[in-house]
Design a protein around this ligand. Structure first.
Ligand SMILES: C[S@@+](CC[C@H](N)C(=O)[O-])C[C@H]1O[C@@H](n2cnc3c(N)ncnc32)[C@H](O)[C@@H]1O
Length: 222
C-alpha cells in the first residue's frame, strides 16, 4: 500500500462536511457539471463498474456504478446508504480478481493517492480486456486547480492533502500504467468563483478547463 498522504484522514473526520458540500451552492452545480462531463465516457457494461476513492458515493450513485472502494470508513457508510456495494481498502492493493470490472472510475482521487502509479496499475489489472478506465481531475494547470492548491497551502482540510496533476502529467501517468487514452471531455472553462454558472461539457481536452475527464482502454501486453 502506498504511503498515506497528509490530510487523508480528513475524509474520515469531515465526511459529513464533505458530503454536505454537494447539497448547496457552489457544490450542487459543480457536481452537475462534472457529472455531465464524466457520464458520456463511463461504460455501461456488461459487467460491474467500480469507483476507487468512492467517498460518500455521490458520483457512483448518479452514474449507477455498482461497487465503490475507499480507504476511509465513514464516507463509505454514506455511499452504502446510496445503494453502492462498498469495500474498504487501498486503491494500490485492490481486493478484486483480474479482469473483474467493465469500468473503473476515479473522480478527483489520483491527487490524493499515496502511489498514483500503483493505483493505476491495479485499475488496469481488475479491468476486463474490453473495459474502460475513466479518470476525472482538477488540473493544476487551470485557474480552478491553482485556487484549490492555494487553499491547500492555507490549511484547507481536504486540499492540503492533494498533489494536483497537470493535464500532461495525468495523460502520462495513464500511458505509463499501460493505458491508451480513447476519449476526453472538459468542463469548467469559466473562471473560478463561488457562484458558477451552467455550461456544456466540451469534447476533448480544453486548455485551462477546471475539470478534465479522460477515458482509456488497456494496452495489450506485447
Ligand atoms: C476528493 S475525495 C473524492 C470522493 C468522490 N470520488 C467524490 O468525488 O465525491 C477522494 C477520496 O479518495 C479516497 N482515497 C484517497 N487515496 C486513496 C487510496 N489510495 N485508496 C483508496 N481510497 C483513497 C479518500 O479517502 C477520499 O474519499
Amino acid at each position: 500500500m502506498g504511503e498515506q498522504r497528509p490530510g487523508l484522514n480528513a475524509f474520515e473526520e469531515f465526511a459529513a462536511r464533505y458530503d454536505a458540500w454537494y447539497d448547496a451552492a457552489p457544490g450542487r452545480l459543480l457536481f452537475a457539471l462534472e457529472l455531465a462531463c464524466l457520464r458520456p465516457l463511463v461504460p455501461g457494461g456488461p459487467g460491474p463498474r467500480l469507483e476507487v476513492g468512492v467517498g460518500s458515493g455521490r458520483f457512483a450513485a448518479a452514474l449507477g456504478l455498482e461497487v465503490g472502494l475507499d480507504s476511509a470508513a465513514v464516507p463509505l457508510r454514506l455511499a452504502a446508504a446510496r445503494g453502492v456495494d462498498v469495500v474498504q481498502g487501498a486503491g494500490e492493493q485492490l481486493p478484486f480478481g483480474d479482469g473483474t470490472f467493465a469500468g473503473v472510475v476515479l473522480v478527483v482521487t489520483l491527487c490524493f493517492a499515496g502511489d498514483p502509479a500503483a493505483l493505476l496499475g491495479e485499475a488496469r489489472r481488475v479491468l476486463a480486456p474490453s473495459g474502460r478506465l475513466v479518470t476525472g481531475i482538477v488540473p493544476l494547470d487551470s485557474a480552478w486547480g491553482r485556487r484549490y492548491e492555494a487553499q491547500g497551502r492555507a490549511g484547507h482540510p481536504f486540499y492540503q492533502g492533494a498533489r494536483l496533476l497537470t493535464v500532461a502529467e495525468h495523460h502520462r501517468l495513464l500511458t505509463d500504467a499501460g493505458f491508451i487514452v480513447t476519449g476526453a471531455n472538459s468542463t469548467l472553462t469559466q473562471a473560478p468563483s463561488d457562484d458558477p454558472v451552467e455550461e456544456e461539457a466540451q469534447n476533448g481536452v480544453v486548455s485551462g478547463a477546471g475539470f478534465v475527464a479522460l477515458q482509456a482502454k488497456v494496452r495489450p501486453r506485447a
